[in-house]
Design a protein around this ligand. Structure first.
Ligand SMILES: [Zn+2]
Length: 301
């Protein structure tokens, strides 16, 4: 078997971790194969072609609309596609991603369009929308449960196999870079979704951009350290307020390395996404009464 295909359990031999190209770094991502059900299609075209030759794939669940998770859809014919209704539109019409990233009429709009072309992304039709707690029986042994976990996108879902206690967490990705930088994201929901994942009884998790994490303690530690990154971002934004005792406008946070401590070669995109993410923190602070609106900015309460 190709080395990017890895069985996850001796007792449940139909569950495989499918590692994305380049260690699942953007624009690739990992998948989970559960029987003839594949979750996400961003492993890379070559990997996907090889996978199809080894396993019959009949059903494809998409965790969310981001390009790095759905780019291989065009290679899967005669399958049924599933996603949450909130993410259906940009999956069925990939150009609709562009306004969601808030990049219309910026240089990034063209870059994103080129990427969509480069990845050869096609529109596909979603056959069935899924909802929280839907359970799909796969073979005699496996029950795959949908966990609606919005925040990263409005329709983001994780998937939990009830008997093996193996879960695919999508882009609650347990990396050092939690992301909620599109218009349909919500930090409040993202944190609720992390809490929902943490409450599960889990033996193994895989995520869109991290490999296999095994054992309850290890999984718990990883979730805690993921949450601490969000806490550090909260702290930096609150410090930004306390260092200036006057109303702060959202745009003042721009280009200040609040979320990205170092910008990469994708700086133009990161600066846009960062401001959106700061806005999600402000939305959370407002809802908790930590800050209030004053003049045309915000001030600590
Ligand atoms: Zn994503």
């Amino acid at each position: 078997m190709d080395d990017f295909i890895q069985p996850l359990s001796e007792d449940f031999s139909d569950i495989f971790f499918i590692k994305g190209k380049n260690n699942a770094r953007y624009p690739y991502s990992n998948s989970l194969l559960v029987g003839d059900h594949l979750i996400d299609t961003g492993i890379s075209p070559n990997h996907l072609r090889k996978l199809k030759r080894t396993f019959p794939i009949k059903h494809v669940f998409l965790s969310h609309w981001h390009e790095d998770h759905i780019s291989g859809n065009y290679l899967l014919k005669n399958v049924k596609f599933y996603c949450h209704s909130n993410d259906k539109l940009p999956i069925e019409n990939v150009e609709k991603m562009i306004p969601l990233y808030n990049v219309r009429n910026t240089p990034i709009e063209d870059e994103l369009k080129s990427l969509i072309k480069l990845l050869r992304m096609h529109n596909i039709k979603i056959d069935t929308t899924v909802e929280d707690n839907d359970i799909f029986d796969i073979g005699d042994q496996l029950k795959l449960k949908v966990l609606f976990t919005p925040g990263h996108t409005a329709g983001h879902c994780a998937f939990y196999e009830l008997n093996s206690k193996i879960a695919f967490l999508g882009d609650i990705d347990l990396t050092r870079h939690p992301y909620y930088g599109n218009l349909d994201a919500s930090l409040i929901e993202f944190e609720e979704s992390i809490a929902k994942i943490k409450s599960l009884d889990l033996n193994i998790v895989v995520t869109g951009h991290r490999g296999i994490i095994e054992g309850k303690n290890q999984i718990n530690e990883e979730i805690e350290s993921y949450k601490s990154i969000l806490q550090e971002r909260d702290d930096r934004i609150l410090a930004f307020f306390s260092e200036r005792s006057r109303p702060i406008k959202l745009k003042e946070f721009k280009n200040n390395n609040i979320i990205y401590r170092k910008y990469s070669s994708f700086k133009d995109f990161e600066v846009i996404a960062e401001l959106l993410m700061v806005e999600k923190h402000l939305e959370k602070f407002l809802s908790r009464g930590l800050i209030s609106k004053k003049e045309d900015g915000y001030i600590l309460s």
